[in-house]
Ligand binder design. Structure first.
Ligand code: UD1
Ligand code: CA
Length: 449
């Protein structure tokens, strides 16, 4: 069920598209669902349906619209025509992101096409949740928080939003729901009392770890859940040997794969798919997206990477920016305030300070001086700069692309290079220095009177 507006999020974005660890809430649920090998998966969409459906494009699910959104029971009513046979239907809330597929599996197995099985949890603070009402040990029904009496509100056993039901009965039950309750909604949870009345077995499956079943209803719960997810991910990394300076100050919004002896300092953010080879060290405050960093490389603080590849033993940062297509060979050094985009630097090349390398091919052991840039854009098109091996580019040079600097060449400081520079020679392109003999600095005129 993913049709609700999520009023308490106070957002234009449908609640199930808010991100947890970099992925929409709904994607977490569907990823766990996929492992079940269900015959069919339906997603009920409604509020922001186009947006939700767009994010599901290409996934093996059928979206069913719920217009207007009259409650969770009404949501299931929309799917009922697509449910056939006498198997088991699993119903999940799109805003309960961490439910594990093993738990879903146990829930479905417990129903086995016969019983109505409710996934429950004991909460210290059950407010907002539907309470499990029992008569002795037998389940009588679920009462929603807003409809509960003060005595019922003290019940700490709650419904988590996941249930498994016999498909044929489920269709019948949701067809018979009414909305005479505090919220004037069709509550899915009212089917529990119907099952009890018909003598269909109703059982509960308690979960031990409340994190697995916490729902996201507002920004506070989303942020709280984010920290829980991050803690889990940090623990998994550390149990694999990764040394985190502080597990509470790490954010992985995607997949982070680490080799042996990886060290990560505080406040780093990893997005998309990131790979860190053996012995890689990441300094504090780095943001790394979709990047591979090979063994032994050292990243100094405050460095930003997007779709880059960093060779073994390279040293990058502090304060460097590696943009898409930055491909550094082994032992390359990139220093502070250096930006690299769509450029290949071969083994041992160095750009240590204040430089830009865009659309460039840089040979082995090139030394690229402070303040030098490639002028890669003529206002309409991008052009390439090719710098041969062992070139020395002095400080504050402009290489106006397309241009080639031959192997072993030296470019004098302050040069603007618009034509190819030959290999092995010194090329200088700047005005000659002159000294004006006898020149006197002007002096301020004395004020009269
Ligand atoms: C629901 C349960 C409550 C349970 C809690 C667990 C009902 C009536 N209540 O309450 O017993 O303790 O989940 O988290 O089921 N949705 C639709 N269409 C609608 C309304 C909701 O698709 O018309 C979807 C929402 O997008 C959401 C899910 O159903 O993914 C749950 O809806 P929500 O309004 O958050 O229900 P709760 O009040 O949390
Ligand atoms: Ca909810």
């Amino acid at each position: 069920m993913a049709a609700g507006k999520g009023t308490r999020m106070k957002s234009e974005r449908p609640k199930v598209l808010h991100r947890l660890a970099g992925r929409p809430l709904l994607q977490h649920v569907l990823a766990s669902c996929a492992a079940l090998k269900a015959e069919r998966t339906h997603v009920v969409t409604g509020f922001g349906a186009e947006q939700v459906e767009q994010t599901l494009a290409g996934q093996p699910v059928r979206c069913v619209r719920q217009e207007p959104q009259l409650g969770t029971g009404h949501a299931v009513q929309q799917v009922a025509p697509f449910l056939d046979g006498d198997g088991t239907t699993l119903i999940l809330n799109g805003d309960v992101p961490l439910l594990a597929s093993a738990t879903m599996q146990r829930l479905a197995a417990a129903s086995n096409g016969g019983a109505l099985v409710l996934l429950t949890v004991e909460l210290a603070d059950p407010s907002g949740y539907g309470r499990i009402v029992r008569d002795g040990t037998a389940v009588r029904g679920i009462v929603e928080h807003k409809d509960a009496t003060p005595t019922q509100r003290r019940i700490r056993e709650v419904y988590t939003g996941a249930m498994a039901a016999p498909t044929a009965q489920l269709r019948r039950w949701v067809g018979a729901l009414r909305n005479d309750n505090a919220q004037h909604e069709y509550y899915l949870t009212d089917i529990v009392a119907m099952a009890v009345a018909e003598g269909v077995p109703v059982t509960t499956l308690p979960v031990g770890d409340e994190t697995e079943v916490l729902g996201i209803n507002d920004p506070l719960q989303l942020a709280d859940m984010e920290r829980r997810v991050q803690r889990r991910q940090a623990e998994a990394l550390m149990s694999g040997g990764v040394r985190l300076a502080d597990p509470a100050r790490l954010d992985v919004r995607g997949e982070l794969h680490c080799g042996r002896d990886v060290e990560i300092d505080v406040n780093c953010v990893f997005e998309g798919r990131v790979e860190l080879g053996d012995g890689v060290r990441i300094g504090a405050h780095c943001v790394i997206r979709d990047t591979v960093i090979e063994a032994g490389a050292e990243i100094l603080p405050f460095t930003d990477f997007t779709r880059a590849h960093i060779g073994a033993g390279a040293q990058v940062g502090p304060f460097a920016r590696l943009r898409p297509g930055a491909d550094l060979g082994p032992e390359v050094h990139i220093g502070n305030f250096v930006e690299v985009k769509n450029a290949t630097l071969a083994r041992g090349a160095k750009a240590n300070h204040l430089a830009y390398l865009g659309d460039a091919t840089v040979g082995e052991r090139v030394n690229y001086g402070a303040g030098s840039i490639t002028a890669n854009y003529d206002g309409a098109n991008k052009h390439r700069t090719v710098i041969g091996a062992n070139v020395h580019v002095g400080s504050n040079c402009v290489l106006v692309a397309p241009v080639t600097v031959g192997e072993g060449a030296t470019i004098g400081a302050g040069s603007t290079i618009g034509k190819d520079a030959p290999a092995g020679q010194l090329t200088v392109a700047r005005a000659r220095q002159t000294t004006i003999a006898g020149w006197a600095r002007p002096v301020k005129k004395k004020e009269k009177g």
